[in-house]
Design a protein around this ligand. Structure first.
Ligand code: HEM
Length: 128
């Protein structure tokens, strides 16, 4: 399930708490609901997990300029499950009116292969 996938693949960097590590790994707790609510946020999150992310970002009031590896080896339903976990764990909530991410949305994004640097260009603007 999403929690087990998170523990196995993500918690080493973003921590079991979702709080990340200052100056190294950005927080997902109290942050991802803003990302998913932004324009193209759903597709962006899927691309981060599939293809990784590289370059300067601002998240949770701090700057990061690191690199996250992609997890294209996860199946479509696993990518959806791990993201849906992060969007509902630690007090995170999906924005009103948004459905959980689906395997079909992951399949669609997987069809357009990207580099971690290209994923940065998909990131919604104005995140703090
Ligand atoms: C960024 C989720 C695994 C290191 C992000 C972001 C998300 C995310 C959604 C973008 C946040 C934003 O744009 O504000 C996940 C999930 C993972 C995972 C769901 C497991 C499937 C990892 C692992 C590492 C890592 C294992 C370390 C090896 C990073 C770093 C960034 C990041 C360094 C920021 C990259 C940059 O500065 O451009 N992660 N992550 N992540 N993640 Fe992960």
């Amino acid at each position: 399930d999403g929690k087990a996938l998170y523990s196995a693949n993500c918690a080493g960097c973003h921590q079991a708490t979702g709080k990340g590590v200052p100056n190294a790994f950005p927080p997902l707790a109290a942050h991802l609901p803003k990302v998913v609510a932004a324009k193209n946020g759903r597709a962006y999150l899927i691309n981060v997990v599939l293809y990784g992310l590289q370059g300067q970002i601002r998240a949770g009031g701090a700057n990061y300029n690191g690199a996250m590896p992609g997890f294209a080896q996860l199946k479509d339903d696993e990518v959806a499950a791990v993201l849906n976990y992060t969007l509902t764990a630690w007090g995170n909530k999906l924005p009103a009116g948004q459905k959980p991410l689906s395997a079909a949305e992951v399949k669609k994004e997987r069809a357009a292969k990207k580099t971690a640097a290209q994923v940065l260009k998909l990131r919604p603007k104005g995140l703090k």
